[in-house]
Design a protein around this ligand. Structure first.
Ligand SMILES: NC(=O)c1ccc[n+]([C@@H]2O[C@H](COP(=O)([O-])OP(=O)(O)OC[C@H]3O[C@@H](n4cnc5c(N)ncnc54)[C@H](O)[C@@H]3O)[C@@H](O)[C@H]2O)c1
Length: 414
C-alpha cells in the first residue's frame, strides 16, 4: 500500500485525485493528508468525502508528520516547482499535474533536484490517453504516413471553454506562464509524442484583442456586475456546475480573496488570446501551430504531411474524423462519429491514467506515461515562444535545457 499526500485541493485536486483515491483505489493507495494555501478548501476534502483526512496549510509540516511515499501536486501552475522540489528533497516521488512548471528557471530547478535526489517525477498528460489521440498515435507509429515532413496544427477554444481561462488565475502571466504554457503544454506534448521527436527552435507571435480591457461595459466580477443582464458572458457562480464552484471557491473566498468569476474584460489580464508559432524539430519536421481562445466552436485540427501521404485529423463539433490521402490519389476516411466517449473525466482518459498511476503497469507500448524530459520539452516550446515574443527573435530550447540534455546543443544547427 503506497501512501499519498496532495497539495492544491482545488477542482482538479479534489475531483480528479482525492475522490478517486478514496473511492476507487483504497485497496492500493492511502491518501494520508492534503494541503492548500486556503485552509477552508483543504478541510473541504474530508468534509466532502465524509472521511477523516488531515488538512494542512503548512506543506513542510504535512511532510514531517506523514512521510508520504508520493506527493501529488495540483496547485496553481506557478507553484508546482516549489512543491515538486520540496517533496523530492524529502525523499518522496512526485505526480505533478501539467504543466511541469511555468518558466525556464523553475524547470531547471526541478530537473536538477530530480537528478540529485534520485527520486522520480511523473507528469500527468491525460490527453495521451484520449481515444482519438491514441488512434492518431497508432496510425503514425504504423508507418502509414512515412517520415513526417511538416505539421499544420490548430487548436480552437470557444467562448465558453476559452473564456473561462480569462476569468481565473490563468489569465495572469505570473500564475500560469500564459496559455502557451498552461494550455498549450497539452498540445505541444501531443505533437512531440505523435512525432516521437523533440523541438529545437521556436518563433512566435501573440496578441490579445478579444478579452482584457477591450470594452467599457465591465465590472469587477459577474456576481456584482451592473451589466449582468446584458453581458453575453454572464456567469452565475452560485448555480454553475451544479453548485460545485460555489462550494469550492465562493464559499472559501474569505480565506484568500480568490475570485472565480472575475470579469473577462478586467485590466489585470495580461496573457494572449491568439498565438501563432513555428517549431523546428530535431528530425527535421517543421510545424505551424495556432491557438485561438475566442472561436465560435471548439476544435483541434492537425495535419501530417508525410513522405507517403497526408493525414488530416479533426474533431469539429464533437465528430472525430481522420482522412488519409495516399500518393495514388486515394483517400481513406475514418469516420469516428459512432465512437462514444468513454465515461470518466476527459473522455475516459483520466480513469485510464489514474489506473496506471495508482495500480502500476508493466508495459507502456505507446509511451503514454510521461517523465520530466517530456514535461520539459512540452513547456519548452511555450517557454521559447514566450521568450521569442518578448525578445523578438527565434529561440533555441537548448538555451535553457541544453545543460541537462547536451545532445540538444549538438543538433541545433543540423
Ligand atoms: N490535466 C488536465 O486535464 C487538467 C485539468 C485541470 C487542471 N489541471 C491542472 O491542475 C492544477 C490545478 O488546477 P485547478 O483547475 O484545480 O485549479 P484550482 O484553482 O481549482 O485549484 C488550485 C488550488 O491550488 C491552491 N493553491 C494556490 N496557490 C497555492 C500555494 N502556494 N500553496 C498551496 N496551494 C495553493 C489554490 O488555493 C487552489 O485550491 C493546475 O496545475 C492545472 O494546470 C490539469
Amino acid at each position: 500500500m503506497k501512501t499519498y499526500a496532495l497539495v492544491g485541493t482545488g477542482y482538479r485536486g479534489l475531483w480528479s485525485y482525492c475522490e478517486p483515491l478514496v473511492r476507487n483505489y483504497a485497496d492500493v493507495a492511502h491518501l494520508v493528508a492534503v494541503c492548500d494555501i486556503n485552509g477552508k478548501r483543504a478541510r473541504l476534502v474530508g468534509e466532502y468525502l465524509k472521511k477523516e483526512i488531515p488538512a494542512y496549510t503548512d506543506f513542510d509540516l504535512m511532510l514531517r508528520e506523514h512521510h508520504p511515499d508520493v506527493v501529488i501536486v495540483t496547485t496553481k501552475d506557478c507553484f508546482h516547482e516549489r512543491y515538486i522540489c520540496k517533496a523530492l528533497e524529502a525523499g518522496c516521488d512526485v505526480i505533478s499535474e501539467k504543466p511541469l512548471t511555468t518558466d525556464d528557471v523553475m524547470c531547471a530547478h526541478i530537473l536538477e533536484t530530480e537528478r540529485r535526489t534520485g527520486r522520480k517525477v511523473t507528469v500527468t498528460f491525460n490527453c495521451r490517453f484520449m481515444d482519438f489521440y491514441v488512434k492518431i498515435k497508432e496510425m503514425l507509429a504504423s508507418g502509414l504516413v512515412g517520415d513526417v515532413l511538416s505539421v499544420h496544427y490548430q487548436w480552437l477554444l470557444d467562448t465558453s471553454h476559452g473564456a473561462d481561462y480569462f476569468r481565473r488565475w490563468h489569465s495572469i502571466r505570473s500564475n500560469s506562464g500564459s496559455l502557451l504554457i498552461h494550455k498549450s503544454t497539452h498540445h505541444f506534448d501531443l505533437a512531440n509524442w505523435f512525432l516521437d521527436d523533440e523541438p529545437v527552435k521556436v518563433n512566435a507571435f501573440g496578441t490579445r484583442r478579444f478579452y482584457g480591457h477591450t470594452r467599457e461595459q465591465r465590472g469587477e466580477r459577474c456576481l456584482t456586475c451592473p451589466y449582468k443582464d446584458t453581458c453575453e458572458f454572464y456567469f452565475n457562480i452560485d448555480t454553475e456546475d451544479s453548485g460545485r464552484l460555489k462550494m469550492l471557491y465562493k464559499d472559501c473566498e474569505d480565506e484568500d480573496g480568490y475570485i472565480r468569476d472575475r470579469c473577462l474584460f478586467s485590466d489585470v489580464i495580461d496573457i494572449e488570446d491568439s498565438v501563432s508559432l513555428n517549431v523546428k524539430y530535431a528530425k527535421g519536421t517543421v510545424m505551424s501551430y495556432s491557438l485561438t481562445a475566442h472561436s465560435p466552436y471548439e476544435c483541434m485540427k492537425i495535419v501530417f504531411n508525410g513522405v507517403k501521404g497526408r493525414l488530416e485529423c479533426d474533431n469539429a463539433f464533437g465528430v472525430e474524423t481522420i482522412k488519409f490521402y495516399d500518393r495514388d490519389g486515394q483517400c481513406i476516411v475514418i469516420d469516428r462519429s459512432h465512437v462514444r466517449q468513454r465515461p470518466g473525466g476527459h473522455g475516459g482518459a483520466d480513469p485510464a491514467l489514474r489506473d496506471r498511476l495508482f495500480r502500476g503497469y508493466t508495459e507502456d507500448p505507446l509511451h503514454q506515461m510521461a517523465d520530466t524530459r517530456a514535461g520539459a520539452m512540452s513547456i519548452g516550446i511555450g517557454i521559447a515562444a514566450n521568450k521569442s515574443m518578448k525578445e523578438d527573435r527565434a529561440v533555441y530550447l537548448s538555451e535553457f535545457l541544453g545543460d541537462f540534455y547536451p545532445e540538444m546543443k549538438e543538433r541545433d544547427h543540423k
